[in-house]
Each structure stands twice: as C-alpha cells, then as structure tokens.
Write a protein that binds this ligand. Structure first.
Ligand code: KIV
Length: 277
C-alpha cells in the first residue's frame, strides 16, 4: 500500500515507516493549482527553494527569502488535502546556529501549515537537526549536491565520487542518527545511492540518484517542460507544456493582429438575449 492510500495526509512518521516499501512519490510545487493536481498522486509535496530559479528568474537558490517561501508555502497548502507538505529552509535561515534554525523553522511551520522542513547539509547540520527534532520540528535532510552550497562545491557537479564516497556515506548516517525522518540524495552515483539506502534506516528520496532509493522527487516545472533554461541529465520530461504555451501565445498574438480574435462568440450584443420561456 502506498503512503497516500490513506485518506488523511501522511505525517513524517508515515513517510519514515515507508522505508523499503512502495516507493515514496514527491514533486515540488509553488502554487495552489499545481498542488491540487499533484495532491492525489504524491505522498509529499516539497515547496522547494528551486522556486527562486523556476518562478522568479533568479540565477541560483541563494536569493530566496523566508518571505518568498512563506508566500508559496501558503499557496501550496491551500491546494493539498491528502499529501504532506515539506518546506525548504532558504539559504541563510538555519546555518548560523540551532537557535536560528529553530526560529525560522517554527515560523515556516506555523505560517504555512507544513508537516516538516527540509534543510541542506550532512554531518555539519546534525546538531541542528537533533535540536529541531527534539523541539517538535520534523526534518528532512538533503545531501549530495546541495544547491545552496554551489559556490563552495564549485558548480552543479556529481557528488560522492572517489574519495568523497565515504564522506557522503558518513553524512547520510549522521543525519539519520540525528533524527531526520528522510533524506534527499541529489546527484550522486547510482551505486552510492544504493549503498546509502541499504546503510540507513530512514527513507532515501532520490533526485539524480537511483531507482533503488526509497522514493523520488523532481522539480515539477522540469518534468512538465515548463522550465527550459537548462535540463539536468536526471530530469525526465513527461510533457512539453512550455512549447504548448508558447505556441498558444503566438496563435493569440496573430489572431489579435489580424482581428480574428475576439470572434462573434466572445462579444456582447446591445440588448441582453431574451430568456427562453
Ligand atoms: O528546491 C528543490 O526543489 C529541491 C529539490 C530539488 C529536492 O530541493
């Protein structure tokens, strides 16, 4: 039985208990209509800080603010009834201290009705994860390629190859031991993702990782073909909505210019039509 076979939205403990079962399904969402579309199909929906690049045209996730996250979290929350919502903690909102992280995580949870927060980092964030979990805030961890650290990682490179393999395995164990209920593995070699999945007792959620992970997540605008600035190898396009939208806009522009829109069916007569008796 999948996690969402339940009528109520799953809680972090339900996601945690899905380890090794039917794969956990997740997508990012930033708006109410998109959340409504994925609600029946996803176990959890992530309000990712990818919103900065996907909807706000930012060059990276670093410029995303608490206010942006809260506004999108509130919109997504209004579209969900059977999927859990996880809120990304934006860059600069949690790294300084466990206390800083608690203040901002509590705000994200109370102002958006989220079920959990997600933050990036392994061993270095373990103390913060334990602090939050101990104070009632469920945490999803995120290791491997952590986009908020793009400047120290030196770009969007695959993480955990060669000597970095053991460190990533240690990061996974550290966040699991600290009490995270799940961990996102982004852009890591397939065999390492499989080893991590076998080594820890919390679900691994893959993005550019392995079909052997306990679940998968994708950025919804990537998989629908709405965000086309670039396409990572791990993105599968399930639709090409960006192309469809551009063709529709071009058709509209042409019809406006040649006065075929609006047509007779879109305009109003002087007198209201008589009601039928
Ligand atoms: O911000 C985001 O969309 C994410 C996913 C890529 C996991 O963190």
């Amino acid at each position: 039985m999948s996690v969402t076979a339940k009528k109520k939205a799953p809680m972090p403990v339900d996601i945690r208990a899905a380890k090794g079962g039917i794969p956990i399904v997740s997508l990012t969402a930033y708006t109410t209509p998109m959340a409504q579309m994925m609600d029946p199909h996803c176990d959890f929906v992530l309000v990712g800080d990818s919103v900065g690049m996907v909807l706000h045209g930012l060059p990276s996730t670093l410029g995303v603010t608490m206010e942006m996250m809260i506004m999108h979290g509130q919109a997504v929350s209004r579209g969900l009834s059977s999927a859990m919502m996880v809120m990304d903690m934006p860059f600069g909102s949690y790294e300084a201290s466990p206390q800083q992280a608690f203040g901002n995580a509590a705000r994200l949870m109370s102002e958006t009705n989220a079920g959990a927060v997600k933050l990036e980092g392994g061993l270095t964030m373990a103390e913060t994860i334990a602090f939050l979990v101990g104070r009632g805030i469920p945490v999803m961890a995120h290791i491997g390629l952590t986009p908020q650290s793009i400047n120290t990682l030196g770009g969007n490179k695959v993480q955990g190859r060669g000597e970095a393999r053991d460190k990533l395995l240690a990061d996974a164990k550290a966040v699991a031991d600290a009490g995270a209920f799940a961990v996102v593995l982004e852009k890591v070699p397939e065999s390492l993702a499989n080893d991590i999945t076998a080594a820890i007792d919390i679900p691994t959620i893959g993005i550019g990782a392995s079909a052997g992970c306990d679940g998968q997540v994708l950025v919804v605008d990537d998989m629908l073909g709405l965000f086309t600035a670039f396409k990572a190898k791990f993105v599968k396009r399930y639709a090409h909505l960006g192309d469809d939208a551009e063709a529709a806009i071009a058709a509209y522009a042409e019809e406006v210019r040649n006065r075929t829109f609006p047509g007779k069916e879109h305009v109003f007569a002087d007198q209201a039509p008589k009601a039928k008796t």
